[in-house]
Design a protein around this ligand. Structure first.
Ligand code: F0G
Length: 457
């Protein structure tokens, strides 16, 4: 078989600025050893996120010019509404400026206060919005997702037995909603099967609990279903996505991921009364019904991106390019979450930096080491992001320490990725030379964004 190549040509390029090791030492120190605080031009390969960092297509840029900037009833909105309806089958479609705006509106409206929101895994902004609405988020991950080495086709699945047990114990009236994240971002970018979504729906339906989908990476998830779930091999991505959404009462979406847009999102649902409440809040916080927090040109770019992302040549390349990194790491025995998922590689920082205890933040140490070695920026998903403090001030660590290297869509070529693998391997070979960190400043919520660190000697 021939190499699976990038299914695009490059028409417009951006320079990468190179820095020396000595310069990076200084830059990292000035950024308080937090990659979020490094200036983007000081990064060689930026794998901080796949969100809003995609390369838009020439069609999307043409759409930007075509954008109808009318305050009300813009043509761009109707093109956007049409494709979202085709994919989700949902009649009420509410544009927002990004995913967390959809979450804020949804959780402030559904009456979540004092209740639980259950999930396969809530993304960090989703959990923050659940908590901000006075509810408690609970992750019920499937057993096979807990070991990074276990190879299973759908490690993003929700544990349906745990869902049933939770409802039995707390009562259905205490559960505000169930929300399934596809693919499961904080759980390793792993997909959720159609069978699992169907089984969750059946439980929700019997208790009248609404089921929502956090749909950021719906097309990548649909492609994994096509590849791995019996009965879906000959179906189109649109058909699979449509079926996936058919189980849900609504969805939140960040168009910054699987719509190749630099900004955008939406909230879609089947319940007209809930939609009316959401729209009332939309007008106060985002904007009028037909633009949400977006310009007409953004709606146009999202509408076009949603069609492009369902192209199977693109999805084949996308999934293969992530798998390719995994194969490179395997050659060095470097630990990461297996199998590779849809949008990122998740290094197992706890094992990679096995000489650094969790309260010295091995994930943060790995992030800093990757930057120093090769100017690569990733994000810690471990004790910095999810750690909590016990009453005595000691750290309560999450089950696993990860570093996510998210791959922006259509941005980097195979040689960029080869370079990334070389840098990871170089850091792995000298890993015992890197020490841990201590936090010198942290905000009360979502601390990973702005926390400051100091290396331990
Ligand atoms: N849900 C999931 C699963 C996400 O991955 C994100 C964002 C959001 C919701 C929120 O969307 O950023 O448009 O407000 N994830 C980015 C990331 C930030 O890096 O994974 P948003």
């Amino acid at each position: 078989m021939h190499t699976i190549i990038e299914p695009f040509r490059i028409k417009s390029v951006e320079p990468i600025y190179f820095t020396s090791h000595a310069e990076r030492l200084e830059i990292l120190k000035e950024a308080h050893y937090n990659p979020f605080l490094i200036r983007a031009r000081d990064v060689i390969i930026d794998l901080l996120t796949d969100s809003g960092t995609s390369a838009m297509s020439s069609e999307q840029w043409a759409g930007v010019m075509r954008g109808d900037e009318s305050y009300a009833g813009s043509d761009s909105f109707f093109r956007f509404e049409k494709i979202v309806n085709e994919i989700t089958g949902m009649p009420y479609i509410i544009p927002t400026h990004q995913g967390r705006a959809s979450e804020k509106i949804l959780f402030s409206t559904v009456g979540a206060t004092g209740k639980y929101v259950l999930s396969n895994t809530l993304f960090d902004t989703t959990r923050a919005n659940v908590e901000f609405a006075g509810a408690q988020g609970v992750d019920l991950r499937c057993a096979e997702s807990k070991d990074p080495d276990t190879i299973a086709p759908f490690k993003g699945n929700m544990d349906t037995a745990a869902l049933q047990a939770f409802i039995d114990e707390h009562g259905a009236e205490q559960v505000s909603m169930v929300i399934i994240t596809v693919t499961n971002n904080s759980g390793g970018g792993q997909p959720v099967s159609m069978a699992n979504i169907g089984a969750v729906k059946a439980i929700c339906k019997s208790y009248n609990i609404p089921l929502f989908i956090d749909a950021c990476r719906f097309a990548e998830n649909a492609y994994f279903i096509k590849l791995r779930e019996p009965g879906y091999g000959t179906k189109s991505i649109l058909q699979i996505a449509h079926e996936l959404f058919s189980y849900a009462d609504g969805c939140t979406m960040s168009a910054k991921k699987d719509a190749f847009a630099n900004i955008g999102g939406f909230l879609a649902m089947r319940d007209g009364q809930l939609a009316e409440k959401c729209r009332n809040l939309l007008i106060i916080t985002e904007g009028f019904l037909t633009y949400g927090g977006l310009a007409g040109r953004d709606l146009e770019a999202v509408a076009i991106g949603l069609r492009e992302v369902m192209n199977e040549d693109y999805l084949k390349y996308r999934v293969r390019s992530i798998q390719y990194i995994g194969e490179k790491l395997d050659a060095f025995g470097i630990p990461y979450v297996k199998p590779t998922g849809g949008h990122a590689i998740y290094l197992d920082a706890g094992r990679f930096m096995d000489h650094i205890p969790v309260h010295h933040y091995p994930g943060q140490a790995l992030c800093c080491a990757l930057y120093l070695e090769g100017g690569i920026r990733g994000v810690e998903i471990g004790s910095v992001m999810f750690g909590k403090y016990a009453a005595d001030g000691s750290l309560i660590a999450p089950p696993i320490e990860l570093v996510r290297l998210a791959i922006p869509r259509r941005v980097y070529t195979q040689s960029h990725i080869d370079y990334v693998a070389e840098v990871i391997a170089a850091v792995y070979q000298k890993r015992h030379g890197f020490g841990g960190y201590r936090i010198t400043y942290e905000p009360p919520m979502l601390r990973h964004f702005t926390a400051r660190f100091e290396p331990l000697q």
